[in-house]
Ligand binder design. Structure first.
Ligand SMILES: Cc1ncc(COP(=O)(O)O)c(C=O)c1O
Length: 463
């Protein structure tokens, strides 16, 4: 029999109704609906989003904008956006090697405050650097076997700033379709000529490059990807992309935010695992996932590129440099990452990751991608994801819900971020609690005959 896959918008059957106290409206829609609000009053037109958000906030289906009471730890207290306090095992922190609470990192930050104060004097283009931030640039370059590195105030600033700093109107960007917002926003700000290639698809990247070169043999082209995708936990063939970029006279930039420091025997991430250290044109990353503090960087093999970016990359040139405490925390984290202790922490982290993935699968749940500190549990339907998220505070699990437009429609997921400090008990608790939340959410939707408002794929007999 001949079946054709068609997409059908099933609509929402129950407008105005409630499911276990949750208005059905809170289960519909997405942030995308409010991206281009209508009306001439820039302030007034924010109200529509607030109304939708508040329906979710009041019904416990808005698991965003939460705060920890005493900083993030493997288990912690958390306050939601409606002011409710709960306690749970924490799988929502980007502190993969748990270095942000390491005694030596804390001591280094405190010492830096005592000796250098809490402020950076200004931009790295003026007097913002300190002897310690200049030294950190050299350390990062050396770690990646690159010649130079430049620091940025955050990873976002680095991703945005490198692209905006180097790419001009007439140039092109060829970017993995799932690239992070900082890369996409940088690309949009730099040129109208942005072409996406299918996720991790080297052949499609080649097609895009060939199209550009046929049209314009002299344009600058930047190819952009990530070494570990933060929603799908997968990795491109970096060597193939670099070779391809050079074949077409393009420059490759790889964002290593999520794997540098925590993946690979020596912590050099997938670039190291693929024997590409020192060979990628531009390596950009963040300190906020594995290096215990905030900050970002880009590493390159040419001093001219570094100097150009320092003065033409707006988020570096016109923003204050990292503070001495941030620099000290990152530098001490790098010391640990490069030590035997770092190797042990990476082993422990991978043990936790594998245990979590295995137990989730045993409990009947599906996870994305390859083993990494990002373990995304598939929920699919946004309504189910929101109903399940509502259960988590009471069950005692802190996890981030990711939904459209951060990921595709109907591809919602819980993103669990694993840390070396998680215990086996905490991992077991997380699996049990997310399983229970999903079961409860599913049951409530089924009992109320809820039909999702998302686009669902159904099989239809053709002809
Ligand atoms: C792939 C990627 N790049 C860059 C960033 C931005 O890093 P930061 O949090 O340091 O601004 C993130 C943060 O989530 C990220 O996931």
């Amino acid at each position: 029999m001949d079946f054709t896959l068609v997409q059908v918008n099933l609509g929402v059957a129950m407008a105005g109704k409630f499911i276990d106290g949750v208005p059905v409206d809170a289960l519909k829609g997405s942030m995308r609906d409010f991206r281009v609000p209508v009306g001439a009053d820039l302030l007034e037109r924010t109200a529509g989003f607030y109304e939708w958000q508040d329906a979710r906030r009041q019904s416990g289906t808005w698991p965003f904008s939460r705060s920890t009471e005493a900083g993030p730890a493997a288990s912690c207290e958390i306050r939601d956006d409606a002011g409710n306090l709960s306690r749970g095992v924490n799988f929502a922190s980007q502190d993969y090697l748990s270095l942000s609470s390491h005694p030596a990192v804390l001591a280094a930050a405190k010492d830096a405050i005592d000796t250098m104060g809490v402020h950076s004097a200004g931009s790295p283009a003026l007097v913002g650097n300190t002897s310690t931030s200049v030294a950190l640039e050299a350390r990062i370059a050396e770690f990646l076997q690159m010649k130079e590195a430049l620091l940025y105030p955050t990873g976002w600033a680095a991703g945005f700033g490198v692209i905006k700093g180097l790419v001009r109107d007439q140039d092109y960007i060829v970017m993995d379709a799932l690239s992070h917002a900082c890369l996409q926003t940088g690309a949009q700000a730099a040129t109208k000529n942005v072409m996406l290639f299918r996720h991790n698809n080297v052949d499609h990247c080649r097609q895009q490059l060939a199209t550009i070169r046929a049209r314009d043999p002299n344009a600058g082209i930047m190819v952009v990807t990530e070494s570990l995708f933060s929603m799908d936990s997968d990795t491109p063939d970096i060597a193939a992309l670099q070779k391809l970029a050079h074949e077409y006279g393009a420059t490759l930039m790889v964002d290593v935010a999520h794997d540098l420091g925590n993946i690979g025997e020596d912590g050099t991430g997938h670039i190291g695992k693929q024997n590409m250290l020192g060979q990628v044109d531009l390596v950009m990353g963040s300190f906020s996932k594995t290096f215990g503090s905030n900050g970002g960087f880009v590493a390159m093999n040419d001093r001219a590129v570094k100097e150009y970016l320092r003065f033409y990359s707006p988020s570096c040139t016109f923003s204050n440099a990292l503070s001495p405490a941030q620099v000290a925390a990152v530098t001490k984290s790098l010391d640990i990452i490069q030590s035997d202790e770092g190797a042990k922490l990476r082993n422990r982290l991978m043990y936790n990751i594998c245990m979590l993935r295995e137990q989730l699968r045993d409990r009947g749940m599906d996870v994305y991608g390859d083993p990494s500190a990002i373990v995304c549990v598939k929920t699919g339907d946004e309504a189910l994801a929101r109903m399940a998220a509502r259960e988590l505070p009471e069950l005692g699990l802190v996890a981030n819900l990711v939904e459209f437009p951060a990921v595709g429609k109907g591809l919602a997921r819980f993103r669990l971020q694993v840390m070396a400090a998680h215990t086996e008990d905490e991992i077991e608790a997380a699996v049990e609690r997310i399983g229970t939340a999903m079961e409860t959410g599913r049951r409530l939707l089924e009992e109320n005959n809820h039909v999702s408002g998302g686009v669902r794929e159904i099989r239809k007999l053709a002809g």
